[in-house]
Design a protein around this ligand. Structure first.
Ligand SMILES: C[S@@+](CC[C@H](N)C(=O)[O-])C[C@H]1O[C@@H](n2cnc3c(N)ncnc32)[C@H](O)[C@@H]1O
Length: 459
């Protein structure tokens, strides 16, 4: 592939002739494709046994697999059911290193389209609070759709600037991920167009933006909290030097050692100005050293005392307001849901536990979207179908490959005459969406925007 001349020169100077040769040779090799099992729905072993195409383990991510692109896992019904997320393999190392835990307060500050947020959420097992933020509205919508598909219940999707979030959440989060906008040098093989936007000036602009974002992230971190910084670029200006500059602005931050497994390498402290030894604890993923694209990952611990934001908790709507929802719930679900219910217009959401009041923020998704109040009735949202296990639904239509394809195209399906009301259409025990059964037919409620146009299953 053709790479910018100045990029070739710079990388050759940085790496030296011998390593540069191996590095540039990787651009002539095919790239690796990856997907990640969604632990909220399935284990990696179960997924491997379930799908009809081969999966090969990724050494540095326990839930990740390589797949053959000819198998098109993105077109499979199990993808629509949220059993896996298609993600560039090296990118999986970032959230794996973040090591989010159930019950924590976690922020993904630059989150769209959601690869790392969905991985953080899987590790959190729907316990605690995940704020997934994206500054651009269109990208925030895609992020929100991916959060929905993966069945995540404890995520708030926001569309804010880092500054606005930092004003609201000072000293609040246990973990913050800054997967920063960058010059994307590590993705030239995956996205050759990215190479055409590259210039040394762009590298410097990105570095300046990254420092601004890190300043806001630092403000939001608790004492003892950890900040994961990552990019998909090689330039020292956006990696070792960005971290080095952050260490100078915030002397209490320390770089935490990362376990260098599966071909992951130390960061290159010698590419910084100060050559601080601790910089090598950060990680670099190189396309000539492992099967994946280029990435940089650094984990920082904050030790300075910071006053924690005491935010007002959101207050649930009154039970009387839930009357139509409870009526639906009694007929359609096996166990009632509890927690903090919030109504926005006609839409009803169930917030994550101990969720702060969200009014001052631009919120795209407030936890689990339960559905919509219509005149004297409640209509469930697609998110609810994807967020609960099959055992929670009273009425289920088990699909086969053919009826599954018809369901995903939006067709009406035959059901036994005794089936009535809101019914989950499921494949192999995994919910795909709602339908409403009446008089031997299942009226299809699969969202119009997600419907398939041709026969694509099974491939
Ligand atoms: C590398 S991408 C994030 C990828 C994402 N974490 C994932 O795993 O799917 C960086 C994100 O930062 C966002 N971004 C761009 N400018 C920003 C800014 N000034 N502040 C915060 N985020 C910004 C971009 O829109 C983009 O979605």
């Amino acid at each position: 592939m053709s790479l910018p001349e100045a990029f070739i020169e710079k990388m050759t100077r940085l790496l030296g002739q011998e390593e540069a040769q191996a590095f540039f040779a990787s651009y002539e090799k095919p790239r690796a494709y990856g997907l990640r099992a969604n632990l909220l729905k399935i284990t990696p072993e179960q997924l491997q046994a379930l799908v009809n195409f081969p999966l090969r383990r990724i050494a540095f991510c326990k839930t990740g697999f390589y797949f053959n692109p000819d198998d098109h896992p993105g077109r499979q019904a199990f993808h629509q059911a949220g059993l896996y997320y298609i993600q560039e393999p090296s990118a999986m190392a970032v959230a794996a290193f973040a090591d989010a835990q159930p019950g924590e307060k976690v922020l993904d500050l630059c989150a769209a389209p959601g690869g790392k947020s969905t991985q953080l959420a899987a590790a959190m097992q729907n316990q605690g609070l995940l704020v997934a933020n994206e500054i651009f509205p269109k990208r925030a919508k895609i992020l929100s759709e991916n959060i929905e598909r993966m069945g995540i219940r404890n995520a708030i999707v926001t569309n804010e600037t880092p500054e606005k979030l930092a004003d609201y959440f000072p000293g609040y989060f246990d973990k913050i991920l800054v997967d920063a906008p960058c010059s994307g040098e590590g993705m030239f093989r995956k996205d050759p167009e990215a190479a055409s936007y590259w210039s040394p000036a762009h590298v410097n602009e990105c570095a300046a933006l990254q420092s601004q974002i890190l300043d806001q992230a630092y403000r939001m971190l608790k004492t003892g909290g950890t900040l994961i910084y990552s990019t998909c670029t090689f330039s020292p200006e956006e990696n070792e030097r960005t971290i080095e500059a952050a260490l100078e602005r915030f002397p209490d931050l320390t770089v935490q050692a990362l376990e260098k497994i599966g071909g992951i390498a130390d960061a290159r402290a010698k590419w910084s100005i100060s050559q601080k030894k601790q910089l090598k604890h950060a990680a670099r993923l190189w396309p000539h050293q492992l099967e994946g694209e280029g990435h940089f990952i650094c984990k920082l611990l904050k030790t300075a005392d910071s006053a924690e934001a005491r935010l007002r908790e959101a207050v649930s709507v009154k039970e009387a307001q839930l009357h139509d929802y409870r009526f639906f719930e009694k007929a359609a679900l096996r166990e009632p849901l509890s927690g903090c219910f919030q109504q926005y217009g006609n839409q009803l959401f169930l917030l994550p536990e101990s969720c702060p009041d969200l009014k001052p923020l631009r919120v795209i998704r407030a936890g689990l979207h339960l559905g919509e109040f219509k005149k004297n009735r409640f209509e469930p949202n697609h998110a609810l179908a994807l967020a609960l296990p099959i055992s929670q639904f009273q009425s289920v239509l088990a699909l086969n490959n053919q009826s599954c394809d018809r369901y995903l195209r939006g067709e009406t399906l035959p059901v036994s005459a005794d089936k009535k009301g809101w019914t989950i259409a499921a494949l192999d025990g995994f919910p795909l969406g709602w339908g409403k059964a009446t008089a031997g037919q299942l009226k299809n409620n699969y969202p119009k925007g997600l419907r398939r146009r041709g026969l694509v299953y099974p491939e």
